[in-house]
Design a protein around this ligand. Structure first.
Ligand code: NAI
Length: 249
């Protein structure tokens, strides 16, 4: 395999699917991580021959280990890992954003829901990254991109002038704050290896995650993660940014 290989978690739909499409058009073989293999295969088909589906539930260690073993045996390399899979709540699909915000307030938030969201958004990223690192260490240029959210910023949410901070509850936003911390921890450990690890906010995008109440498109959302996935040697590591600027942690 001479083409670089990228794995995008949760790539069967939404922003992840668009990131996978864009990486394929940049010359990568893309692996469409998907809990449901059939959905992943349909997504891969929509991209073309540069995409293949791979069963991957980021909360299931057996699934993660099997995916890493398959990448090694079938492709023999991994150059880019995009930790995109994420959930905003643990309820049924289609919950209005306002209701998710209300039930996520720290005084009433369900501990089970907080644990479920952290399991995917935080522990899942750690587990997948740990499993893929041996492969990433073997290539000359490896990049890790973690899809975070501007809503995770403690600095922005500490500002009383920020009208969006009513949405800073105990569930989704703190899970992304923890993801930012994990991003920085990996970036620090991997600094001497040249593997760059960055967190990105894709913008407020209309997807299932927010019941399609977002205002941006997946095409807009994918641009910056793809740029970070293809950073040159002089690019940064250990950053948190959106398309326009560095974001405060
Ligand atoms: P989406 O709901 O369309 O996509 C989420 C993807 O994650 C789906 O493919 C889903 O199957 C997958 N997923 C969920 N749990 C999984 C698990 N246990 N194992 C493997 N895959 C799993 O939502 P969207 O918006 O495309 O989300 C992608 C990322 O962008 C998420 O990390 C989200 O937090 C982040 N984000 C989205 C924003 C938005 O406005 N849509 C804003 C900021 C961040």
């Amino acid at each position: 395999m001479h083409k670089p290989v990228a794995l995008v978690t949760g790539a069967n739909k939404g922003i992840g699917l668009q990131i996978a499409k864009d990486l394929a058009s940049q010359g990568f073989t893309v692996l469409i991580g998907s809990r449901n293999l059939e959905k992943g295969e349909a997504a891969a088909k929509s991209i073309g021959e540069d995409a293949r589906a791979i069963q991957l539930d980021v909360t299931n260690q057996d699934s993660i280990s099997a995916a890493a073993a398959r990448i090694r045996s079938e492709l023999g390399r991994l150059d880019v890992l995009v930790n995109n899979a994420g959930i905003s709540h643990a309820g049924l699909p289609g919950r209005p954003l306002e209701e998710v915000g209300r039930s996520g307030r720290p005084s009433v938030a369900s501990l089970d829901e907080i644990r479920t969201v952290f399991e995917t958004n935080v522990f899942g990223v750690i587990a997948v990254t740990q499993a893929m690192l041996p492969l990433l260490h073997e290539v000359a240029v490896a990049r890790i991109v973690n899809v975070s959210s501007g809503s995770s910023s403690l600095t922005l949410n500490a500002d009383p002038a920020n009208s969006h901070r009513v949405m800073f509850g105990a569930v989704y936003s703190p899970s992304k704050t923890a993801l930012n911390a994990i991003t920085l921890a990996f970036a620090i450990e991997l600094e001497s290896t040249g593997i760059k690890v960055n967190a990105v906010c894709p913008g407020f995008i209309a997807t299932d995650l927010n019941n399609f109440e977002g205002t941006g498109t997946v095409q807009q959302a994918a641009r910056h993660p793809v740029r970070l996935a293809m950073l040159g040697e002089d690019g940064p590591t250990g950053t948190f940014s959106n398309e326009k600027r560095q974001l405060p942690w």
